[in-house]
Write a protein that binds this ligand. Structure first.
Ligand code: F6P
Length: 342
């Protein structure tokens, strides 16, 4: 088979491990040949390709980012974009396309599949917000980076008796904040799933310090919102899939807490550091398993599907399922951990 591969959306630790696994198994076991499309869907519109074979994939396993490049290009928003993608697949004699991405990239893959293109999807995102899979690779790495940062903030916060607000990514899901906040022993975790009352947060921090505790870490997810719209963040740019650029709530929360508590309050925004660098061993293994299953699906002719982790098994689910529902943090998770937040 001739297989096209692309990585779309934001980059994510583990993408290279997927590419390596797909190519290794495809070439060695099936005699497949590959073409890499650069910069996500943009490569399929502007004819940006790179060769892809076992040699090209040597040494990429521990590397963050993606050797194929990524972009948030949305062919559905470009006039004639979908037709251009189809024509480009034909031009490069592609039998099947493996699209590696989040809900946006997979949404386009789903549309192409409905129009007869042979596609297999692989889910990725540090946000862990795809409902069709238990976990996405990249999440584990982002959580570890955020946890390491919180550990470091603890020692400086304790030295100065300060409050530190640490803003993490995750878009409209609080998974990174929850995991890193719990692992890092945060005093407060603010997530989009549970709007927070800033006066109550300030009161809890004051109470904590009145009991003799030094320093508090407040982890805030970039998509967290205050009740009743009491704290607002200036709106950012909107991408080609209609997502607003998030960020800034950390500073707003820090200012509000300093004003209400009188404690010296500083803010750290982790931003893209959470996506950069080498993937954890867990993410390398999950990404590798996804890649192996994806090329398997190509040869089973299971088109229009996406690989997913269910329990400890890699399964195939319809692509349509991947893009229907956002997986968010359930109320039980935060409530169960409530004993740490008072
Ligand atoms: O979806 C992954 C993610 O890192 C989100 O957590 C974040 O909101 C967004 O991408 C940032 O996107 P960009 O890299 O385009 O700024």
């Amino acid at each position: 088979m001739r297989v096209g591969v692309l990585t779309g959306g934001g980059d994510c630790p583990g993408l290279n491990a997927v590419i390596r696994a797909v190519v290794r198994k495809g070439e060695v076991e099936h005699g497949d040949t590959f073409v890499g499309f650069r910069d996500g869907w943009k490569g399929l519109i502007d004819d940006l390709t790179r060769p892809l074979d076992v040699e090209q994939c040597r040494g990429i396993l521990p590397k963050g980012g993606t050797i194929l490049g990524a972009s948030r290009t949305n062919p559905s928003k470009i006039e004639g974009g979908i037709e251009a993608v189809k024509a480009m697949l034909k031009k490069h004699d592609v039998d099947v396309l493996i699209a590696i991405g989040g809900d946006d990239t997979l949404g386009v893959a789903h549309r192409l599949s409905q129009e007869g293109v042979r596609v297999v999807g692989v889910p990725k995102t540090i946000d862990n917000d795809l409902s069709a899979t238990d976990v996405t690779f990249g999440f584990h790495t982002a959580v570890q980076i955020a946890t390491d940062a919180i550990d470091r903030l603890h020692t400086t916060a304790e030295s100065h008796d300060r409050v530190f607000v640490c803003e993490v990514m995750g878009r409209h899901a609080g998974w990174i904040a929850m995991y890193a906040g719990i692992a890092g022993g945060a005093a407060e975790i603010l997530i989009p799933e549970k709007p927070f009352d800033i006066d109550e947060v300030a009161a809890r921090i004051k109470q904590r310090h009145s009991k003799g505790r030094y320093a508090s870490i407040v982890v805030v997810a970039e998509g967290a919102v205050a009740t009743g719209g009491t704290l607002s963040v200036a709106g950012g740019k909107v991408d080609a899939f209609g997502h607003p650029q998030l960020g800034g709530i950390g500073q707003v929360v820090a200012d509000a807490l300093e004003e209400r508590t009188g404690y010296d309050t500083r803010v750290t925004v982790l931003g893209h550091i959470q996506r950069g660098g080498t993937p954890t061993a867990y993410d390398r293994v999950l990404a590798t398993r996804f890649g192996l299953r994806a090329i398997g699906a190509v040869h089973e002719k299971a088109f229009g599907t996406m690989v997913a982790l269910k329990g400890d098994v890699i399964v195939l689910v319809p692509l349509g399922q991947a893009v229907t529902e956002l997986k968010t943090v359930g109320p039980g998770f935060l409530d169960d951990a409530a004993v740490f937040f008072s």
